[in-house]
Design a protein around this ligand. Structure first.
Ligand code: TSB
Ligand code: ZN
Length: 637
């Protein structure tokens, strides 16, 4: 007999060789997809021959879901092999949301192919075949794949040193795989193939072009429907699509990856953002500065960036007898500004701010529209303060973030306390005492403010721990928008000082902080958050005048001049299109107000107002419209 311990603490006795499926059944876990035996994932079909702690994972469990999608990828491959026996299979992993399989059929899959494959997957799942694990000698696997001409599998086999390799078999279809997998295909209930794309074998452009089929599956149709609805919504909001459609930004192949162009409309919104945050910071005691984009590599050797951040930096360039790098962070420059004067305890805190341009070498696979780029401008500041001022400064920054989020209607966010990982010696400075002090102080500051947060080991910057405000992107990713970072290291490396009340030199503490992130990431976030419908205060074009006929053009210009004179961003649609077309175009371009000007309006000094949010407002005197939009702008409604 063996003893099986379940997560609720109960212990049950079983015969040697009992299957995990049996234990799941006895435990009433009909939802179990896969098991964990002493912490390791195992198929439910596996059997136990000694005492063990057993846990069952269902679809709500990320690991359970991964297995579910992995088995779904096998089902996809099985369906393809049934319909296209000559198909060559490459790899088919689960991904964040679903799974894919890379397959070569000598041409791309057509939408009709995909429909047939999806239907056949449903059929196969309905047959509810058992999924079995089999282990065969490596030589045998090579022979089998050899006769089948599965050249990609052979190449994968080449890299497996083991004498025996594992396969999973369902209904005569076998796929080489480590597993684990579901016990039966019938557990896969709701199936949707989402898209296809080309993918090079091994991601290498010199090798075969394969066809990748993406799909997703769920235990129930309701879950699938909900997922598809969210996907629609995400597509509708995706800043990459909207940014192009609304002419906000662009990328050009000739320019290089991750280097965005801000088009006039995007630049306008950006200028508003920059003015908005600069004004707020000036009100709150920040001093704004400018620093160059290039710096000597020596500067980053002193700061430690060269040791710990080099992988994210562009390589140095040699000029005369200097080695220069594009700056990846603004901190050292602001430190140089701090050092321009002798500072006394009475001058602190010194808050140095900049819309600081930075260049980072982000790996190409991680680039994502404006969310993650290689050239960016950060709403950056470094606060130099006395140790006894840290908590108050921290609280003030949190307050600033809260005020700004109110203006942008950001309410859905999470706080991550990002700590260092003592085991990672490559990325973090090694002074454990400093880490302890900085992390302890940051926790205290957070607790005093009563803020709830998640602690994340390994999320810190090399110089110190940070509080990150995490928001969701339309595509379901989580990204950092605001950040507050506590740093005891750089003041030491740059030997920063202030003269204390005692007349002696003391070391200040640095707080690095960014409120609205980089202009790039903020823009991506705002586009998605507003689904392209910027409120009037941010809209690149706040009002558009639509003359009904050419004879109203003169009046349209008069209206324009009046509104533009008040600082509004106004355009005239002077095209020869019909008025209904002009209105439709204005709607598509998300202009908050359209002002129709015809005979009646021209005679009475009015405009017929169409508000994007409130609909048709009828004809009103220009001054009345001005009052309305002014109010909307100042209230940031
Ligand atoms: C806050 N030295 C600090 C600064 O003083 C700093 O640079 N911190 S950072 O490395 O965490 O970056 C600050 C913020 O910039 C991040 O929180 C994120 O919002 C934004 N950011 C970082 N990398 C990128 C990128 N590749 N593309 C767009 N935004 C980015
Ligand atoms: Zn910094």
């Amino acid at each position: 007999m063996i003893e099986v311990r379940l997560p609720d603490g109960s212990v049950k006795k079983y015969d040697v060789g009992v299957s995990l499926a049996q234990i799941a059944q006895d435990a009433g876990r009909r939802d179990a997809l896969v098991a964990k035996v002493n912490g390791e994932l195992r198929d439910l079909t596996a059997r136990l021959d000694q005492d063990a702690a057993v846990e069952f994972l269902a679809f709500d469990d990320p690991e359970g879901r991964e297995v579910y999608w992995h088995s779904s990828a096998h089902l996809l491959a099985q369906a393809v092999k049934d319909l296209f026996p000559e198909a060559k299979l490459a790899i088919g992993p689960p991904i964040d949301e679903g799974f894919y399989y890379d397959i070569n059929i000598g041409r791309p899959f057509t939408p009709e192919d995909v429909e047939r494959i999806e239907a056949h997957m449903r059929e196969l799942a309905k047959r509810d075949q058992p999924i079995e694990r089999v282990e065969i000698p490596r030589e045998e696997a090579i022979r089998t794949y050899g006769t089948m001409g599965e050249k990609y599998k052979l190449e994968l086999l080449d890299e497996i040193p083991d004498a025996r390799v594992s396969f999973y078999r369902q209904d005569g279809f076998m796929d080489m795989c480590r597993g684990p997998h579901l016990p039966r295909t019938g557990l896969i209930n709701a199936i949707k193939l989402l898209s296809t794309s080309g993918a090079y074998w091994r991601g290498d452009e010199h090798r075969d072009m394969l066809s990748r089929i993406y799909g997703v599956t769920f235990p129930s149709q309701e879950q699938l429907d909900e997922f598809l609805q969210q996907l629609e919504e995400a597509k509708r909001r995706d800043h990459r699509r909207l940014g192009k459609e609304l002419k906000i930004f662009a990328f050009a192949q000739e320019l290089g990856q991750g280097l965005p162009l801000w088009l006039p409309r995007g630049a306008t919104v950006r200028r508003i953002l920059e003015n908005y945050i600069t004004d707020l910071e000036l009100q709150r005691g920040y001093h704004h500065v400018y620093a160059p984009d290039l710096a000597s590599v020596e500067l980053y050797k002193i700061s430690g960036h060269w040791d710990y951040f080099r992988e994210s930096m562009y390589p140095p360039m040699q000029v005369d007898n200097e080695e220069l790098v594009l700056k990846p962070m603004n901190c050292p420059h602001h430190i140089m500004i701090y050092k321009q004067e002798q500072r006394s305890y009475r001058h602190l805190p010194v808050r140095i701010a900049e819309l600081g341009r930075m260049y980072r070498y982000e790996r190409s696979g991680t680039l994502a529209g404006l969310q993650r780029v290689r050239s960016m401008t950060l709403n950056d500041a470094h606060i130099f303060c006395r140790p006894d001022q840290v908590k108050a400064e921290f609280a003030a920054v949190v307050g600033l973030i809260q005020d700004v989020y109110r203006d942008f209607h950001i309410s859905d966010y999470r706080l991550d306390l990002s700590l260092h990982d003592p085991k990672d010696r490559q990325y973090y400075h090694q002074d454990e005492e400093l880490w302890k002090a900085a992390e302890g102080l940051l926790r205290e500051a957070l607790d005093e403010l009563g803020l709830a947060y998640h602690a994340v080991i390994g999320g810190a910057n090399f110089y110190g721990p940070k509080l990150d405000v995490q928001v969701h992107t339309a595509t379901g990713k989580v990204e950092t928008l605001s950040t507050i970072q506590l740093d005891f290291l750089l003041p030491r490396r740059f030997e920063l000082e202030y003269i204390g009340e005692d007349g002696k030199a003391h070391r200040p503490v640095m707080i690095h902080r960014a409120i609205i992130s980089t202009m790039e990431r903020m823009m991506a976030f705002l586009i998605e958050n507003y689904a392209g419908d910027f409120p009037a205060w941010l809209a690149p074009e706040q009002a558009r005048i639509l003359p009904i006929a050419d004879r109203h053009l003169e009046y349209a210009h008069k209206v324009r001049d009046r509104l533009a004179g008040e600082g509004l961003r106004v355009e005239i649609d002077d095209s020869n299109e019909r008025i209904s077309y002009k209105v439709r175009r204005g709607q598509l371009e998300r202009v908050p107000y359209m002002l129709v000007a015809g005979d009646k309006e021209a005679q009475s000094g009015q405009v017929a107002v169409r508000s994007r949010s409130a609909g048709d407002l009828g004809a009103v005197p220009i001054e009345q419209f001005l009052e309305r939009i002014r109010h909307e702008i100042t209230s940031k409604a």
